[in-house]
Design a protein around this ligand. Structure first.
Ligand SMILES: [Cu+2]
Length: 280
């Protein structure tokens, strides 16, 4: 008795079943399961959600094109292999087919360009202000009628955040939930890159330039990130966090932070006063 290989029809069916199973497995995992691995993270701020949606549309179209090309290629390899077609057909062109795939490719590129450009402004700019009663009560961000501005300063190897009342903090930014926060991003030494994946895209921190981005926190929590530009030997330790708190808690924290900094500065000034200074 001799073992026999499965026939070509069985192998073709097995290939189709394998590809279908992989497709179903990917679909069953759902979009959220791929956030951060295959897809950008979302859920922290509207601009991050818009980036993820745009990315998903482009990825799905690219996957469909890839699947169409791959299946056609495999079909041609199997169907027209030498054993089955020793003398290939002498084809010099197929005008209708060539026109069809040219129009399809151009149509796809035009759609992607128009769709992407139509989404970019909503990603780059926060759009109309969102009224926030909680922010109005706390006196933060003009009650949602205006944006709150925080300066982000990159330096080897720590992020510094400067708040509107003169307070500042390192590594962790405290921000109010529901208020548009516009960031002015700078660097005092080398190139860094500000990136909190759930709060939007990357923005370079370049000496001599000010870059701008924004976020509007949907809910309280801690959002983590990391400098995304190799900036030196301790680049890996240049982490960043944004802690979202209710507007009233933000206002209290900012005032307390300012008082603590002022008190520390006053103490330092007293302790480092030169001998004899201040005497009549
Ligand atoms: Cu870095």
């Amino acid at each position: 008795m001799s073992a026999t290989w499965p026939g070509p029809r069985f192998r073709c069916q097995a290939l189709i079943a394998f590809v279908t199973a992989i497709g179903l497995l990917l679909a069953a995992c759902g979009e959220s399961a791929w956030a951060g691995a295959l897809l950008p993270e979302r859920g922290g701020s509207p601009n991050a959600d818009r980036i993820a949606s745009l990315y998903t549309v482009v990825l799905v179209l690219a996957a469909l094109v890839f699947a169409g090309v791959a299946v056609t290629l495999v079909f041609a390899l199997v169907r027209y292999r030498e054993r089955r077609s020793p003398v290939p057909a002498q084809i010099h062109g197929n005008t209708r087919l060539e026109i069809a795939w040219t129009i399809a490719a151009v149509g796809l590129v035009v759609f992607l360009a128009v769709f992407s450009l139509s989404k970019l402004s909503a990603i780059e700019r926060p759009g109309p202000a969102v009224a926030s009663p909680a922010a109005a009560t706390a006196g933060v961000g003009y009650g949602g009628r205006g944006a709150l501005h925080i300066d982000v300063v990159g330096r080897q190897y720590v992020w510094m955040f400067k708040y509107p009342n003169g307070a500042y903090s390192y590594t962790e930014m405290v921000a109010p939930v529901g208020v548009t926060v516009e960031l002015n991003i700078v660097s005092v030494d080398v190139a860094h890159s500000w990136w909190i994946p759930k709060l939007g895209g990357k923005f370079d921190a370049i000496p001599g330039y000010v870059n701008h981005t924004w976020f509007r926190l949907k809910r309280a929590g801690v959002y983590t990130g990391q400098c995304a530009e190799l900036c030196g030997r301790n680049h890996a330790q240049m982490v960043a966090r944004v802690r979202g708190v209710p507007p009233a808690a933000y206002a209290l924290w900012m005032a307390r932070q300012k008082r603590m900094i002022d008190a520390a500065n006053a103490t330092a000034a007293r302790e480092h006063r030169p001998a004899g200074a201040g005497r009549p």
